[in-house]
Design a binder for this molecule. Structure first.
Ligand code: ZN
Length: 126
């Protein structure tokens, strides 16, 4: 099998695994030691991080009304897709799940607790 169409993937510092179409992301891999999105990461990685934290911000502020999913208002990243990303969170120890109902782009975000986008302590939650 020629691998000429694989390019650049080993240059990303964030270890993002893509398993059967699902983006499995660990938030901490996108952050520097102060908990901000790493400014030294490649543009593509920072864009992905920005997309993930927008979802996190929206989903965690609505937790626990997020078990069955909710619209996040975040636009899908897929080329030529205008879908709105749906987010879901089942529990404080669960990864945040997201998906695009239009193109099927989807993934999970783990290790989001206590990040600056964790809003679960705001709005009456313990
Ligand atoms: Zn989409």
């Amino acid at each position: 099998m020629p691998d000429s169409d694989k390019r650049g993937h080993d240059q990303t510092s964030a270890r993002e695994e893509i398993l059967s179409g699902t983006y499995v992301s660990d938030l901490t891999h996108f952050l520097d030691s102060s908990g901000k999105i790493s400014g030294r990461a490649p543009m593509e990685v920072r864009e992905m991080a920005g997309f993930l934290v927008l979802i996190l911000d929206k989903v965690t502020i609505h937790f626990p009304d997020t078990v069955s999913g909710m619209g996040t208002g975040v636009r899908c990243r897929s080329v030529n897709c205008n879908g709105e990303i749906m987010g879901a969170l089942e529990g404080m120890d669960s990864p945040v799940m997201w998906s695009c109902p239009v193109c099927g782009h989807n993934g999970t975000i783990s290790n989001w607790r206590d990040s600056q986008w964790d809003n679960t302590g705001i709005g009456g939650n313990p």
